[in-house]
Design a protein around this ligand. Structure first.
Ligand code: TYD
Length: 203
């Protein structure tokens, strides 16, 4: 059984995470690595239901919202992420715990220590080997996402600026396990930069 990795893509609205997560999954699969590509919120039956509520629900309080994200994560870690890693498969996840710290912590102003404590309980300390931050300014990111706006996309510009700053702080605090890529670069260029790092992580 080869080495498996748990890789997460993070970033603000319109950062192109989903495309990059798919691109990396395809590249690894072509080389014969077993890959599970998943996302948050969602990735399980219950998680996908919760996803609808956090994105489109009306009258959902911010406290409820937080625990919906945690509930979705608990299902994903226990039903998908841990079983895959135990089998030696790669996990590529579009958003994970850092989204909670960035959006609920830095964005909504919830206490970070409290969020970390509950998150550790929910994930049992399972954290990614590598987090790729696709960094984009709040203006540019929101510009790319003008169509159907969910709860978060409707938040103001300052909220998204705080989210971005939160992400950059987390990345700067843990450079061994985070990489920051300029999300305005060409898609294939970003893919190559990420690929180089993944190869290093694989050793
Ligand atoms: P999604 O459509 O997945 O957004 P994106 O395509 O940008 O990933 O919607 C998920 C939204 O939920 C997104 O705006 C970020 C937010 N979110 C949180 O606020 N906290 C969290 O813990 C997670 C996982 C997501």
């Amino acid at each position: 059984m080869g080495k498996s990795l748990f890789i997460v893509f993070e970033g603000g609205e319109g950062s192109g995470k989903t495309t990059q997560a798919k691109g990396l999954a395809n590249r690894l699969r072509k080389l014969g690595f077993p890959v599970v590509l998943t996302h948050e919120p969602g990735g399980t039956l219950l998680g996908n239901r919760l996803r609808r509520w956090v994105k489109w629900g009306r009258g959902v309080t911010v406290q409820t919202e937080l625990f919906l994200f945690f509930a979705s994560r608990s299902q994903l870690v226990n039903k998908v992420i841990n079983p895959a890693l135990e089998k030696g498969q790669f996990i590529i996840c579009d958003r994970y715990e850092a989204s909670t710290f960035a959006y609920q912590g830095y964005g909504r102003g919830m206490d970070l220590d409290f969020l970390k404590m509950v998150n550790t309980f929910v994930t049992d300390g399972r954290s990614p080997d590598l987090t790729v931050l696709l960094d984009i300014s709040a203006e540019q990111g929101l510009e790319r996402k003008k169509m159907k706006m969910d709860v978060f996309e409707r938040e103001g510009f300052l909220f998204h600026q705080r989210v971005r700053e939160g992400y950059l702080k987390m990345a700067a605090a843990d450079p061994e396990r985070w990489m920051v890529v300029d999300a305005t670069l060409r898609e294939d260029k970003i893919q190559d930069i990420v690929w180089e790092q993944v190869q290093k992580s694989l050793g």
